[in-house]
Design a protein around this ligand. Structure first.
Ligand code: AMP
Length: 437
C-alpha cells in the first residue's frame, strides 16, 4: 500500500515524498489508519521500525483537520524518556511542521528554563518534551494542556524505568478529558507497569505489535557460558575482560555487594571501572552514567536498569554475571549493546542458581540456548535443573531403632524443597529494580 492510499493531508504527503518514502513501514500501515479514525493506540515497537512517523503523521493530520479545543493550550504533546530521543523526534517533526501552519517547541531538561518559558509563551501547537522538565513548566504555569488533543508517549517502558510515573500521572490529570487521544509506544508490552499505565491513560486502545521483542537484536551475538559457582563466574569474567575488542562493557549483577566487588576486580585487572547501585543518590547515579557515557570509564557494573535511559553507542559488550529474574529484562539488558546498527556481544554466565531464570528466557526467546566454552574454564555443571533427591528407601527397622527414627514427613519435606534463588540478597538472583517513584 503506497502512502497515497492513507488519505493523508496533501501537505503531509508532500513532506513524506520529499523524504523519499514510498511505502509505509508495517507499523505505520497498521497504526496510521487506526489513529485517523480516532482510536487510542498501544504499540510495541523498536527504534528503527518507523514508529516516529507512525504517530507524527496521524497526530498532525488530526491537528490540521480539526479546530483547536482551546486557543491558548498546547494541542499535542510528545513525551520521550531522554533528551536525545526528544531531540531526534523534534528534528523529524520540524520537517513536517515546516509545510503547515502548525508551530512546535522542544522542552527538555538541561536547558535554560527562562528561554523555554519564552518559547511556551508563543503557545506552540505541538510540544516535544521530557516528562520532568515539562511538569516543571506545568507547575510554573508556563504551559497549559487542558485542551490537549493528542498525548503521545514514546518509549513508555523506558520512561517508567527512569521513574517518570509520577510526572506521567500529573500530565494525564492535567489533560484529562473525553476528546483526548492517547498513543503509547513501548519496546515491550510484557511489563506490569506498562499495563498499569495503559489502563490509566488509554481508552479501549487498538493494539499493534509489529516485530515482537523476542525477534529483535539481530545485531547482538548472544553467548551463554556455564559456571559451577561464584569464583568460576569470576574466572570467566576475568577471561572476558582481557579481550581486546571491548570498547565499553556493562556488567549486570544480582546484588549491590557484587557490583562493588566486581568493579574492584575490573580495576585490579587494569580497567577503568565504576559501580552503579541503588545505594547512590539519583544525582550521583546520573553523574556516574554521564561519566560512563562520555567514555571516562570502560566498564560499568550495575545492579539495576538505570542504564536504560541512555543510548550508549560505545557499549560493545554486555555481561550478565547473573541472569535477571524476568525474561523481558534480559532483552532490555542485552539491548544496551548493538545499538544503531552496531554489532554487540551479550555474554551470560549461567550457574546452578540461574537455571530457573534461564528457562524463562528460553521460553521468552522461543528457543533453547546453546553453550559456548572457554578452554580451560569448562564447567562440571551441565545446565540442567537440579533433580530433587529421592527419599531413600526405608530400611526395615528394628523395634529399638523405630523409637529414634525421624517422622517420614521430615524426609519428604527435605526431598521436595525447592531452592529459593529469587529471594534477593546474596543468592545469585538479579532483582529487577525500578527507580523510586
Ligand atoms: P524510527 O523507528 O521512527 O526511529 O525510524 C527509523 C528510520 O526509518 C528513520 O530514519 C526514518 O526516517 C525512517 N523511515 C520512517 N518511515 C519510513 C518509511 N515509510 N520508509 C522508509 N524509511 C522510513
Amino acid at each position: 500500500m503506497p502512502f497515497n492510499d492513507l488519505a493523508l493531508d496533501p501537505r503531509l504527503l508532500r513532506s513524506v515524498q520529499h523524504l523519499g518514502f514510498v511505502k509505509p513501514t508495517d507499523i505505520q500501515a497498521e497504526a496510521i489508519p487506526a489513529v485517523m479514525v480516532g482510536r487510542d493506540l498501544i504499540v510495541s515497537s523498536q527504534t528503527g521500525s518507523g514508529k516516529t512517523l507512525a504517530y507524527l503523521l496521524p497526530m498532525m493530520q488530526r491537528l490540521l483537520k480539526s479546530r483547536p479545543l482551546s486557543k491558548r493550550d498546547a494541542r499535542a504533546l510528545i513525551l520521550a524518556p531522554t533528551r536525545e530521543l526528544a531531540k531526534q523526534v523534534y528534528a523529524q517533526l520540524r520537517l513536517f511542521v515546516a509545510n503547515t501552519p502548525l508551530t512546535s517547541a522542544l522542552i527538555v531538561g538541561g536547558e535554560n528554563f527562562n528561554d523555554q518559558e519564552k518559547l511556551l509563551k508563543r503557545e506552540p501547537d505541538i510540544i516535544v518534551a521530557t516528562p520532568g522538565r515539562f511538569v516543571d513548566h506545568l507547575e510554573h504555569k508556563s504551559v497549559f494542556i487542558n485542551g490537549l488533543e493528542v498525548l503521545i508517549l514514546d518509549e513508555a517502558d523506558r520512561m517508567l524505568d527512569l521513574g517518570f510515573m509520577p510526572q506521567l500521572t500529573v500530565i494525564n490529570k492535567a489533560a484529562d478529558h473525553r476528546l483526548r487521544q492517547t498513543l503509547m509506544f513501548s519496546a515491550t508490552l510484557d511489563h506490569a507497569e506498562v499495563d498499569e499505565l495503559a489502563l490509566a491513560l488509554l481508552k479501549n486502545p487498538y493494539r499493534v505489535a509489529v516485530g515482537a521483542s523476542y525477534q529483535q537484536h539481530q545485531d547482538i551475538n548472544q553467548q551463554f557460558y556455564l559456571a559451577d559457582h561464584l569464583s568460576h563466574k569470576e574466572a570467566l569474567l576475568s577471561h572476558f575482560l582481557q579481550q581486546d575488542d571491548i570498547k565499553q562493557l556493562i556488567i549486570f549483577t544480582a546484588t549491590r555487594e557484587d557490583a562493588e566487588r566486581l568493579a574492584l576486580l575490573c580495576q585490579t585487572l587494569g580497567k577503568t571501572a565504576v559501580g552503579l547501585s541503588g545505594k547512590l543518590s539519583q544525582s550521583s547515579r546520573n553523574s556516574v552514567m554521564q561519566a560512563f557515557a562520555s567514555g571516562k570509564y570502560q566498564v560499568l557494573v550495575t545492579t539495576d536498569l538505570a542504564s536504560r535511559g541512555l543510548d550508549l553507542l560505545q557499549v560493545s559488550h554486555v555481561i550478565n554475571f547473573d541472569l535477571p529474574k524476568h525474561a523481558e529484562e534480559y532483552v532490555h539488558r542485552i539491548g544496551r549493546t548493538g545499538r544503531a546498527g552496531a554489532k554487540g556481544t551479550a555474554i551470560s554466565l549461567v550457574g546452578p542458581k540461574d537455571v530457573p531464570a534461564l528457562q524463562r528466557i528460553e521460553a521468552f526467546l522461543r528457543q533453547a540456548v546453546s553453550y559456548s566454552v572457554v578452554p580451560g574454564l569448562e564447567a562440571r555443571f551441565d545446565g540442567k535443573p537440579a533433580v530433587a533427591a529421592k527419599p531413600k528407601a526405608k530400611k526395615p527397622q528394628s523395634s529399638q531403632n523405630k523409637a529414634k527414627a525421624k517422622p517420614a514427613t521430615s524426609i519428604k519435606t527435605k526431598a521436595v524443597a525447592k531452592p529459593q534463588f529469587f529471594q534477593g540478597g546474596d543468592d545469585g538472583s538479579a532483582p529487577v529494580k525500578r527507580k523510586q517513584k
